[in-house]
Design a protein around this ligand. Structure first.
Ligand code: HEM
Length: 171
């Protein structure tokens, strides 16, 4: 049976990834976007990350099973980076909610002033930005292959060693 990832059209997967990257670019500077846009975007991105993870779950499970075995360095690096990225994004979103000045008060929650949550948000969000850049760079081959397929250009397939099958269809 085809996985959820395989059933979503390529253009849809690529658009979702592009939208997430664009959202991260907007999130970098709350003063430029305005705090309300920053906060709502930060809240909306949480279920999108979970959806993105669900779509790529097959790859996560396949490579996790092989973590102790032989894996190409790039795949292993990807896994560790993805795990750290997920943790820092979760902390960035949670700490953002804790210091919310606009979205949470608009929903009726009282505004809380917390210096430590603010510091945690600053560190985790800045770290997330760096890791998102590395994440996009490490998956760039997939982005290029997919874009070429979508515009009808041929892709040259490099020979894949037999032990690397977990990497097949890597997003
Ligand atoms: C992945 C999600 C998020 C990222 C990447 C992110 C990123 C950032 C960045 C880079 C800053 C500036 C920190 C600095 O001064 O160096 C910031 C500030 C802030 N963020 Fe977020 N954020 C996210 C989610 C949220 C959420 C969900 C909320 C609230 C619901 C939020 C509320 C705030 C607030 C109140 C500030 C302080 C703005 C100020 O300086 O007055 N953020 N965020």
């Amino acid at each position: 049976m085809r996985s959820l990832w395989q059933r979503i059209p390529l253009a849809g997967r690529l658009s979702l990834d592009a939208a997430m990257l664009l959202s991260m670019a907007v999130l970098i500077d709350p003063r430029a976007s305005g705090i309300a846009i920053h906060e709502w975007l930060g809240i909306i991105i949480a279920p999108v990350i979970v959806f993105h993870l669900t779509l790529n779950w097959g790859w996560v499970v396949a490579t996790t099973k092989k973590l102790l075995g032989r894996l190409p360095t790039e795949t292993r690096l990807n896994q560790v980076l993805d795990l750290v990225l997920f943790a820092t994004m979760a902390i960035a979103i949670w700490s953002g909610v804790e210091i919310s000045e606009s979205a949470l008060p608009a929903m009726g929650f009282p505004e809380r002033v917390s210096f430590s949550w603010r510091e945690i948000h600053e560190v985790s969000s800045n770290l997330s930005m760096v890791l998102v850049g590395a994440h996009a760079a490490l998956h760039w081959k997939w982005v290029v292959r997919t874009t070429r397929r979508l515009v009808g250009l041929p892709n040259r397939r490099p020979p894949v060693p037999a032990t690397v099958s977990a990497d097949a269809g890597t997003p």
